[in-house]
Design a protein around this ligand. Structure first.
Ligand code: NAI
Length: 296
């Protein structure tokens, strides 16, 4: 089966949250016509408005021409129905970090897209082998794991499950290079590469907070002082505590409950209280004044 992808290939992004919006922007900047769909009413349109605000800021700083910003936005169509995926050569899902939700979505997509359309998941931790399990064409399923913020971060993990066709992994690897990313190949293991290494980093931070060793701002200042670009608490606020908690639970579960990857009470409190980080305006820090207003 032919899986070659070029920068004219229609792309569909499902999930217009933090990651999906960024993926849509990067694909559109590379020239793809992009359909952006979210199950929540108005979310895709709101994401497009946030992107417009971000691109305007780049134009104001002289880092992007007004024409390029306009052309990028014009290539993204907010879609109310998943049927917008029909005709796509590549679908990238960036919905909630839950295996069952992603599997259901892929099953729905297989009824809509062509047999050679690549189904990519931006999952941070879930087994690509497991996501492909019920597909009629499991070889088309691949992990395409971007980092936050997508337009800024160069790294992309291209993740192959047991049944991912090598031509599919190669096609998305080559495409992400054309998107000016720096891809790496990874086999599907719990958390892949970066999230596997990062889990104990978050876990130790959360353990220190639970022990009341220091305030988040102190921990962040220490790690920034040690050379990290962001401290662990501000990074978790950026990621979103709901997503980070789901990733922890997924990696913990996939490692048969290994204590090193255990979830934290501190984090569950934040999630239960809706203190999700930047996206909800508050997490470890109060972002209300810094968060861009939701134009929806
Ligand atoms: P988010 O919570 O910002 O956005 C998720 C979006 O998906 C929401 O707008 C929600 O309405 C939508 N959605 C949920 N179920 C849906 C469905 N069945 N169909 C269509 N839309 C649906 O989440 P975020 O942070 O963008 O994460 C998305 C994915 O990307 C997750 O798998 C996460 O693990 C992964 N990821 C997240 C990173 C981060 O730093 N937040 C980094 C790298 C990967």
């Amino acid at each position: 089966m032919r899986h070659a992808l070029d920068t004219q290939s229609p792309v569909c992004v499902i999930g217009a949250g933090i990651m999906g919006a960024g993926i849509a922007q990067v694909a559109a900047q590379a020239g793809h016509p992009v359909q952006l769909h979210d199950a929540r009413d108005g979310a895709a349109l709101a994401a497009l408005r946030r992107l417009a605000t971000g691109l305007d800021a780049l134009v104001a700083k002289g880092r992007l021409s007004a024409e390029a910003a306009q052309a990028t936005l014009a290539r993204i169509t907010p879609a109310t129905s998943i049927d917008a995926a029909a005709g796509a050569r590549l679908v990238v899902e960036a919905i909630v970090e839950q295996a069952e939700a992603k599997r259901t979505l892929f099953a729905q997509l297989e009824a809509i897209v062509d047999a050679d359309c690549v189904l990519a998941s931006n999952t941070s931790s879930i087994s690509i082998t497991a996501l492909a399990r019920d597909l009629r064409h499991p070889g088309r399923c691949v992990g395409l794991h971007f980092f936050n913020p997508v337009p800024v971060m160069k790294l992309v993990e291209v993740v192959s499950g047991l049944r991912t066709e090598p031509s599919v992994a190669q096609a998305v690897f080559a495409l992400s290079e054309r998107w000016r990313k720096t891809p790496v190949h990874a086999r599907s293991t719990p958390g892949f590469i970066v999230n596997r290494i990062a889990r104990p980093y978050y876990a130790e931070t959360l353990a220190l907070l639970q022990e009341r060793a220091a305030e988040p701002a102190v921990l962040d200042a220490c790690l920034r002082g040690a050379g990290f670009r962001m401290g662990p608490c501000e990074l978790m606020d950026l990621i979103g505590h709901d997503t980070n908690f789901a990733v922890t639970a997924s990696v913990h579960d996939a490692n048969f409950g290994d204590r090193r990857y255990g979830p934290s009470l501190v984090q569950r409190e934040l999630v239960d209280g809706g203190l999700l980080g930047r996206k909800s305006g508050r997490g470890f820090y109060d972002h209300a004044e810094r968060a861009a207003p939701d134009p929806a």
